[in-house]
Write a protein of this length. Sequence first.
Length: 377
Amino acid sequence: MKKIIGISFLLVFVLSSMTIAQEKRIPAKGLAVYEAGGGFKPYEFTRHAIGDDDILIETMYASICHSDLHHTHQDWGTEIYPMVPGHEIVGKVVKVGKNVTKFKVGDYAGVGCMVNSCGECDYCKAGLEQYCKKVMMTYHGKDWAHGNEITQGGYSNNIVVKDRFAVLVPKNADMKKVAPLLCAGITTYSPLRQSHIKKGDNVAIAGFGGLGHMAVKYAVALGAKVTVFDITEDKRAEAAKMGAIKYVNVNNESELKGMDDSFDFILSTIPAMYNPSMYLKMTKFKGDFAIVGLPAFNNQPTFKVMDFVFCAGRNVYGSQIGGMKETQEMLDYSVTNNIYPEVEIIKANADTVTQAYKNVLAGKVKFRYVIDMSTLK
Ligand code: NDP
Ligand code: ZN
């Protein structure tokens, strides 16, 4: 009897200390910007404890999306600093909450732009969590489930996320190339699927960077005839290598002639000022012009109302990343079909990442910088 009481006491002690341990905040370190447009510096912080539906991921790789630059530069409005960017993340699951069945310790997980949403609205029910009014962004988001603390992103050694907002990365995936799929991949895969792109369609991709080159790869894989639009000569050969049949340098006016009414589908990933009406005119009757590129608030491209009437019958729509179900579908499709981004791996060093941001702005990256988070000191 004494023995049983002793064991019960021990059990209660072990279980309660486990609960206390689970409730503890999690130390984290990363790279942050401390002011708009500033360089990176090391940053130590803590993350909320792992809840019953959460997983803790040890970050392996995080990549640099142009949206990270828009945020750090306050292109889209006021931000809060220090800010640890990073919403293209892959890593290893090191702890799981007690309700989690989707992941086990040792699995690989990917995280994109979102870490939580209400789970109850029509968008969430339809698997379109990105449009939920309470969607919580991976960084610069207000964590309404944890006292409105500010979320911090993937340029860090770990991240805590609701299991619903992580995708299971197959063990055979090329891990150093997976992170960009979590934003660049899904943001381009989704509109190609929404517009039902199929074999033989004429497709144009405007902006041949991190997003654009993924769009080219997916469109080629779907059997489309792909034309690329960009502002540089430097990427002409790469476009051909990826299967594009044509490359247009929009700075050469002669290359733009005779292209009106040409495309079943156009996707704009352009992050800067441009003339969207030019692409609307190039869209065929009953064709789609999808926009995902997000230039700064104070540098917004505009349509004239007349353009829509004179280009009647064309569908123009915007698209934001993709829901979690579609993100898992995109990831599985990409790994199965060996569709990965072109990446340059860099060290998780403040100066290196600061320089990488400058290179992205100067158009010097081909096509995605991926930060090896295991090198973080
Ligand atoms: P990148 O910087 O990697 O790529 C942008 C590309 O566009 C570059 O190749 C750039 O050329 C090219 N470009 C710039 N100006 C023009 C122009 N006038 N005409 C044609 N091409 C041009 O950026 P990302 O691919 O990472 O991101 C693109 C945009 O998509 C960003 O605004 C980002 O915020 C947005 N985004 C939107 C999402 C959504 O959910 N809707 C999700 C993720 C990103 P060069 O390199 O030679 O300068
Ligand atoms: Zn992104």
